[in-house]
Design a protein around this ligand. Structure first.
Ligand code: PAF
Length: 246
């Protein structure tokens, strides 16, 4: 596996699958790497902690980072290129161009995290323009993110196919997330109310947690989506209500 710091050194061959990430790999990321490996000649994983998508008071400073472990895991999964650009390659000096997916980006997560999807859409478009992937892979766990990216790609005719892969869960049902690392054992136990409430479609199971939203979203596929706070940790999850997730 090559670790590449600048897009000028990418030199990719054949069909290219890109998995955009912010690092702190878990089985959810690895499942995306495997999906990309199965469908492309060359697999690129980008690792860029996109500070712009974190709001004031969010967890940017404590977001888990372990580049060496990430590189080892990516290599084990047969990733060809780990693309870890410097901040000024993504946001060059004087940067002032942002992508706003207006309606989709302002509901649910967008309502609670203003500016979040503007920064996600912008970094994804930038990565697509640097890597030129044939396919890009996202997790169903971040259903709204996948929907925003699909909308942006459609609206701006970006030549990339967006693949959305199933949510990976621990045995207890909690969706895998880099943020699960923040949970104490007691908080993790309380966090299990989130997948249970979604599965049962019963908001009352979230009693005792701070609920940002618990709502049906008319994405493709339609989902019941929720965000809760467990102690200082904010968790999101969703279940598909109809259709499939391909
Ligand atoms: O889901 C993530 O890890 C990030 O939002 C993404 C897609 C890599 C953009 O920074």
């Amino acid at each position: 596996m090559r670790v590449v710091r600048s897009a000028t050194d990418l030199r990719l061959e054949g069909s290219v699958g890109l998995v955009p990430t912010m690092g702190a790999f878990h089985e959810g990321h690895l499942s995306l790497f495997r999906a990309a490996r199965a469908e492309n000649d060359t697999v690129v994983v980008s690792l860029f902690l996109n500070a712009a998508q974190f709001g004031p008071g969010e967890d940017l400073e404590r977001y888990p980072r372990d580049d060496e472990r990430d590189a080892r895991l990516a290599e084990q999964e047969g990733v060809d290129v780990l693309f870890a650009p410097a901040a000024d390659e993504i946001y060059p000096p004087g940067f002032q161009t942002w992508v706003e997916v207006e309606e989709l980006g302002s509901i649910l997560e967008g309502e609670h995290r203003p500016g979040h999807f503007r920064a996600v859409a912008t970094v994804c478009l930038k990565l697509f323009n640097l890597v030129h992937p044939d396919r890009a892979y996202f997790g169903q766990k971040d259903a709204q993110q996948a929907e925003v990216v699909k909308r942006m790609v459609g609206d701006l005719a970006v030549p990339v196919e967006i693949r959305v892969c199933p949510t990976q869960r621990d045995e207890d049902g909690l969706a895998l997330s880099s943020r699960n690392a923040y949970l104490s054992a007691e908080e993790r136990e309380r966090a299990l109310a989130l997948p249970r409430a979604l599965q049962a479609q019963d908001r009352s199971l979230l009693n005792g947690l701070k609920v940002d939203y618990f709502e049906v979203a008319n994405f493709e596929p339609r989902v019941l989506a929720a965000a809760v706070r467990v102690g200082g940790t904010r968790l999101i999850d969703n279940v598909i209500l109809e259709g499939d997730n391909r």
